[in-house]
Design a protein around this ligand. Structure first.
Ligand SMILES: CC(=O)N[C@H]1[C@@H](OP(=O)(O)O)O[C@H](CO)[C@@H](O)[C@@H]1O
Length: 378
């Protein structure tokens, strides 16, 4: 709403209804171009983390119910905010939220309590849980945008912005397979947002599902002109891009807007959730927390991927990382909790768990850990 007011209504009407209408119109226009799909494809289960997303989605769903039917879980009628549910729970525990009824291969997603994060997931036929996080969301979106730009023949530049928490497989896939430039910033959307403003089209997502896409003023103007000037297939692609611009919340990014973008792309490309998931395989990873007396003793550089202080910590991490294959680890003080966060990834879950544990012990010993020393398997 602030963005609408500051741009004198150019970005949209500064009311909740204005937001619903703008997004729904763009979503309906986009999905009109999709091939006819069965009922199953048009439905989505949404865990709202007992938060605000449930209230807003309920008010909004009638605007697009012909194109997408949403079934809400953890809608706040019982249960606590973010408790055993929501995007953060699903991402960090890598399991479904409580209260969600999942059948195999059904497309499901979770918002967090304030509805600014979204992750997708499904159970395969063998009952295995598959998480599709912010990195895979960024990959789906940037490949779709790249295809549209190719179709209209415009060379607007696309950049993808991630943080150190991005899975190594996603970074490799974006750089080597999709050939898009990838940048890493410090954790926190303000850093990603700022970097994304440097491109014609800046795609930014944290692995936890927090993100959006920004279009520069010049890129937006160009795309809107092309949607009037071009013909046939090229015009269609430019019109799609116009609707994509309207569908993204470029002020800050939110779960409802991201959900509608993803649903539109899956419908347009005729992709199932399994096909989307199969773009690349995540490297097994583990995140742990360590309690220290003063977390500011840890300072970092290189977008938080290297510890500068306390002395000896980075050397210890380097030695531990060398013991495992396809491994990477870093530590940083949390900006929201009184803890140090440890991240590790490697070629197997056992190795990722073991590396995360060993790095936690190094943090505990070298950065003034308090309470019980880290235990393996936690
Ligand atoms: C590893 C992680 O998920 N960190 C989160 C968390 O920040 P920390 O500084 O790690 O506590 O909360 C931030 C605000 O929601 C979010 O932007 C960020 O990605």
């Amino acid at each position: 709403m602030v963005y609408c007011r500051n741009t004198n209504g150019q970005y949209g009407k500064a009311t909740i209804e204005g937001y619903y209408q703008k997004l729904s119109k763009a979503f309906v226009e986009l999905t009109k171009q999709a091939f006819c799909t069965g009922d199953e494809d048009r439905s989505l289960k949404v865990d709202c983390a007992n938060g605000i997303g449930a209230l807003k989605l309920r008010e909004m769903e009638h605007y697009f119910s012909q194109e997408l039917s949403v079934q809400l879980f953890n809608d706040g009628t019982k249960g606590k905010l973010n408790h055993l549910c929501g995007a953060d729970f699903v991402k960090s525990h890598q399991k479904p939220p409580q209260g969600m009824e999942m059948k195999s291969n059904e497309r499901c997603c979770s918002f967090d309590g304030d509805a600014d994060r979204i992750v997708y997931y499904y159970h395969d036929a063998d009952g295995h849980f598959h998480l599709i996080d912010g990195d895979k969301i960024a990959t789906l979106i940037s490949s779709f945008l790249k295809e549209l730009l190719l179709e209209i023949g415009e060379s607007l530049n696309i950049g993808v912005v991630q943080t150190a928490y991005a899975n190594g497989s996603s970074t490799r896939y974006l750089k080597e397979v999709m050939k898009v430039p990838v940048y890493c910033t410090k954790t926190g959307v303000k850093h990603l947002h700022h970097k994304a403003q440097e491109f014609d089209i800046g795609v930014y997502f944290e692995a936890n599902g927090h993100g959006t896409v920004l279009f520069s003023k010049a890129a937006e103007k160009k795309i809107r002109e092309l949607a009037k000037e071009l013909e046939d297939k090229k015009r269609k692609a430019a019109e799609m891009l116009e609707n994509v611009i309207d569908l993204f919340n470029q002020a800050a990014g939110d779960a409802i807007s991201d959900m509608l973008v993803i649903e539109a792309i899956l419908a347009l490309k005729g992709l199932t959730v399994q096909q989307w998931d199969a773009l690349y395989t995540d490297l097994p990873n583990r995140q742990l927390k360590v309690k220290v007396a003063d977390r500011q003793l840890i300072s970092t550089t290189d977008a938080e991927r290297q510890a500068v202080t306390p002395p000896g910590l980075q050397e210890a991490i380097n030695d531990l990382v060398k013991k495992y294959k396809l491994s990477r680890a870093f530590v940083r003080p949390s900006g929201t909790e009184d803890i140090v966060r440890v991240y590790a990834e490697a070629d197997s879950q056992e190795s990722a768990d073991s590396l995360a544990y060993e790095v936690s012990v190094a943090v505990f010993q070298l950065a003034g850990g308090v309470g019980e020393s880290p235990k393996p398997g936690l």
